[in-house]
Design a protein around this ligand. Structure first.
Ligand SMILES: [Zn+2]
Length: 505
């Protein structure tokens, strides 16, 4: 389809004056949202875990034609949701070609376009915008000025055009006028200086723009949306009351409610599809990646544990970016091992999670007690807690006495994160009763060494997390410290015969 190129053609097209002249951006969002609701289509594809909480509230805000604010901690997909609003804009929107504020051809608000249309009439050229070009985003910081946001007088423009400095032609438009007929998103609103908030309020209220004391009447058509940390937003004096009053809806976001939702989000956002990526050296494909479910769960549970931990600052939260960066590093560590041992499969292990500390420590804002212990120590504790919980979901009630016994009788094994699967597997099969337990993780003796080793290591890490066996910094597993009375039983009645299943490869 070819789009009209002049105002005359536009009048004869489906983008008629009747349809477009009085249709504001909030009407457009509302209409397109209504048809999505009728079709039963997803409103925000790719936003996981908000279907019953955040999404219905946003839908209501848009149906009400509100400016709204998302209140939530770091990494709760606030910016992502705001960006996703563009999906509710028309696929194409006509404007007066060359207009910096994308004037509506039927009701232009800038003097340039008004004069142009008066002169050219139906020959006035029309240009088109796609939704992405109708979204303007600004991170609020204390140094944002009125000039950035709203505009300034541009003396060079005045000199070139031979205009008076007070003429509307000399205005250099800021971000907000440039978002005219689109969506303007301000992240971290409370960081905006009071004076700038007043400027924003005037536009939302009256459509007035004040530039260096020279008032210009610009009835802008913008859907303004915000995000903020809830504590900053509600703190007294951070937001001027009249502006708060103009924000129609306050919507609270949250972290994933279940580990499963978290795993889904992390898998969607992390860069894990590496086999088909063109960055592979010399066209050789990367070894296939198989992330065991328990590894994804442990990584996710680190974030869950951190959000519950007293040593971590509650006000700033623990971003979903923690598990996302962590799993990327976990996979990289496994990749490194697979490449050096020329293994065909990349299978992450729990030790790879400990190796991913650099992706974890920086994402934790520590309280005083945490500061004292150090980010490294706190992170290791979180991993251990996460391993213990994941172990319980897979292996709760499974009798591991035989395995523990092996260590109590003096058995030791080193499982370095750099060790190749084949060499480690032999050692693991010497531990009586261990490899049979892999069936609880749906892993049989015919699985590849990489997978068996990862699973067996998970069991040992789980026993260590529950303090049933010990492990030192060189990753040597050995007997744990425990009361001596537990040593009486050698065989478990429900166990298969001692050592019967040893030695498979
Ligand atoms: Zn214009």
């Amino acid at each position: 389809m070819s789009f009209p190129r002049t105002l005359g053609e536009l009048r004869q097209s489906p983008f008629s004056e009747r349809r477009l002249a009085s249709r504001h951006v909030k009407d457009e969002l509302r209409e397109n949202l209504m048809s999505r609701l009728r079709e039963g289509a997803a409103i925000f594809p790719g936003i996981v875990g908000y279907d019953d909480t955040v999404v219905p509230q946003i839908v209501n805000a848009i149906l009400s034609r509100h400016n709204f604010i998302l209140l939530g901690l770091r990494g709760q997909a606030k910016s992502r949701i705001l960006r996703a609003l563009t999906a509710l804009l028309d696929p194409e929107m006509p404007y007066v070609a060359g207009c910096e504020i994308h004037d509506n051809p039927y009701v232009p608000i800038c003097r340039r376009c008004q004069e142009l249309i008066a002169k050219e009439g139906d020959a006035t050229p029309i240009a088109w915008l796609t939704p992405e070009h109708r979204y303007v985003e600004k991170l609020a910081t204390p140094d944002v000025t009125i000039a950035d946001l709203i505009g300034d007088i541009d003396p060079i423009k005045a000199a070139r055009g031979g205009h008076e400095l007070s003429s509307e032609f000399t205005v250099h438009y800021g971000l907000l006028p440039r978002a005219n007929r689109g969506i303007f998103a301000i992240n971290e609103l409370p960081d905006l200086a009071g004076k700038i908030q007043v400027g924003l309020f005037n536009i939302m209220q009256e459509g007035d723009v004040q530039i260096k004391g020279y008032p210009i009447r610009l009835p802008l058509d913008v859907a303004i949306v915000f995000s903020a940390n809830p504590e900053d937003y509600t703190a007294r004096g951070k937001i001027i009351t009249p502006l708060k009053d103009r924000i129609g809806s306050e919507i609270r976001t949250h972290y994933p409610a279940t580990v499963e939702e978290g795993v889904t989000i992390t898998a969607q956002e992390a860069w894990l599809d590496r086999v088909n990526d063109r960055s592979n050296e010399n066209g050789r494909s990367a070894p296939a990646l198989r992330i065991p479910k328990y590894v994804s769960e442990v990584v996710e549970r680190i974030a869950f544990a951190a959000r519950d931990d007293k040593k971590i600052d509650k006000r700033s939260g623990v971003s979903q970016r923690l598990p996302i960066s962590a799993i990327e590093n976990v996979v990289s560590n496994a990749e490194r091992r697979a490449l050096t041992h020329e293994e065909k499969l990349v299978v992450p292990r729990i030790s790879d999670i400990y190796a991913a500390l650099p992706a974890i420590t920086g994402k934790l804002e520590l309280e005083y007690e945490g500061e004292m212990k150090g980010a490294d120590h706190v992170s290791r504790e979180l991993i251990r807690t996460a391993v213990a919980k994941a172990y319980d979901t897979y292996l709760h009630g499974v009798n591991m006495n035989q395995v523990v016994q092996w260590f109590d009788l003096g058995g030791e094994i080193q499982l370095g994160d750099n060790a190749g699967a084949q060499e480690v597997l032999e050692g693991l099969t010497q531990i009586q009763g261990l490899m049979d337990k892999l069936t609880k993780l749906n892993i049989g003796p015919k699985e590849s060494a990489e997978i068996q080793v990862s699973a067996a290591e998970f069991i040992l890490e789980g026993l260590h997390a529950h303090k049933r066996i010990g492990r030192n910094e060189e990753r040597v597993f050995s007997a744990g410290e425990k009361p001596p009375k537990k040593q009486e039983r050698v065989f478990e009645p429900e166990e298969p015969g001692f050592g019967r299943k040893r030695g498979f490869n």
